[in-house]
Design a protein around this ligand. Structure first.
Ligand SMILES: *Cc1c(COP(=O)(O)O)cnc(C)c1O
Length: 395
């Protein structure tokens, strides 16, 4: 760790620090509520009451019923469960699933798994801003289609998909609709009823809650197989003694996140737009990725021509700046991001991507410092780049 410089954390799409009030709510539960929520004696009943309090709070924040809230071990579990659980429970109706090319791997990989097990999956393309077309959704639906899964907002480029409109199409055709809202919950106002989807995934650590806890909102009456088999927890849909501290932390973090959300969004959006314009005025040969307006308030994504995103990240890290690149995100592979490729970027440009994701605490000073470092680093890396050399000679 570099102790000489303060850390500038600009990777809030990867995870967020826990809010102090979340830590105290969890500490209180860990200190005094040790019972098992399934036990009949009072210590257990206290735990059960806490659990249901958290469920009601989450339901209130998202405008769904408490009984529609199912706590899970993470956002990935919620996505896996939605897709595999719905497919397995409804395979008599059909075997076709529609999703997009830009989903998180927690959606794409379960879909690929289902393809190996008799299901057919259509991966819809997106336009150069990352948007799915409603026409494409309509045209992809056939008699065997049982499920549509489209993410609310993309985790790499921040594009916000037309979920309400897609949900309306799904409903007309009698197809179930899931949305991976892991990047959106706590960052965008979400109203489950108004949105009209049947299932929605979220994860606490993306909105200043703890890691290792998420939820799947499942519309009342929807047929879905349990993901975890065992005890009767979570209405017999998700076995396992409840992570009460985590669930309490999730509920508290969500309450805090939705409080004054529009004001916080405005503030973050202003900082984001400042960061975007500073990068654009200070650094040449770049490409802005994602949608100009249908975009998460905190997301900035650029490609810097002639350089590797990985080198950029390492150099930023030496300067105390935490950022992310589309490539090498999960496996340490150097493949360019599947999202940037789906946006139509050629490999060599997609390789030089950088994602900066702000929080409501990000300051102008942090942005100014980041851009000044970035400018110098990009310049230095380009001087070492043979492709940059060649392009200069051509000019
Ligand atoms: C982070 C993320 C996930 C995975 O959530 P975990 O809780 O980390 O498993 C899924 N989908 C999207 C869009 C994400 O950003």
């Amino acid at each position: 760790m570099n102790h000489s410089k303060p850390t500038i954390y600009l990777d809030n799409a990867a995870t967020t620090p826990m809010h102090p009030q979340v830590i105290s709510a969890m500490t209180e539960v860990m200190t005094s509520v040790y019972g098992n929520a399934s036990s009949v004696y009072s210590v257990g009943r206290i735990a059960k009451a806490k659990l249901e309090e958290a469920r009601e709070s989450v339901a209130k924040c998202l405008n769904c019923l408490p009984r529609e809230v199912f706590f899970t071990g993470c956002g990935s579990e919620a996505d896996n469960w939605a897709i595999k659980g719905y497919a397995m429970a409804n395979k008599a109706k059909g075997n076709h699933i529609i999703t997009t090319q830009i989903e998180h791997h927690a959606v794409l990989h379960p879909c690929e798994y289902l393809e190996k097990n008799g299901f057919e999956v259509t991966y819809l393309p997106v336009d150069e801003t990352g948007l799915v077309s409603l026409e494409d959704v309509k045209n992809a639906i056939k008699d065997t289609t049982i499920l549509i899964s489209v993410m609310y907002a993309n985790n790499e480029v921040g594009t916000i998909e037309p979920i309400r409109e897609i949900a309306r199409i799904a409903k007309e055709k009698g197809v179930c609709m899931h949305t991976d809202a892991v990047q959106a919950v706590g960052a965008e106002p979400i109203d489950f009823q108004d949105l009209g989807v049947d299932m929605l995934s979220l994860s606490a650590h993306k909105f200043n809650g703890p890691k290792g806890v998420g939820a799947l909102i499942v519309r009342k009456g929807l047929k879905i197989e349990p993901f975890m088999h065992g005890g009767a927890q979570e209405r017999s849909k998700r076995a396992g003694t409840e992570n009460l501290a985590g669930i309490t932390g999730l509920a508290k973090a969500l309450e805090l996140a939705v409080d004054n959300l529009p004001e916080k969004q405005t503030k973050i959006r202003e900082m984001r737009d400042y960061l975007i314009s500073e990068i654009q005025t200070n650094i040449p040969h770049i490409k802005f990725n994602g949608h100009p307006t249908r975009r998460l308030a905190n997301n900035v994504n650029f490609c810097f021509r002639y350089i590797e995103g990985e080198s950029l990240l390492l150099m930023l890290d030496l300067n105390g700046i935490c950022a992310s690149s589309g490539s090498a995100c999960t496996s340490g592979s150097l493949d360019p991001s599947h999202v940037l490729l789906a946006l139509g970027l050629p490999h060599e440009i997609a390789h030089g991507s950088l994602r900066l994701t702000l929080s409501s605490n990000t300051t102008k000073e942090e942005i100014d410092y980041t851009v000044s470092r970035l400018k110098e680093i990009v310049h230095r890396l380009r001087l070492m780049s043979p492709i940059y050399d060649m392009s200069l000679e051509e000019q």
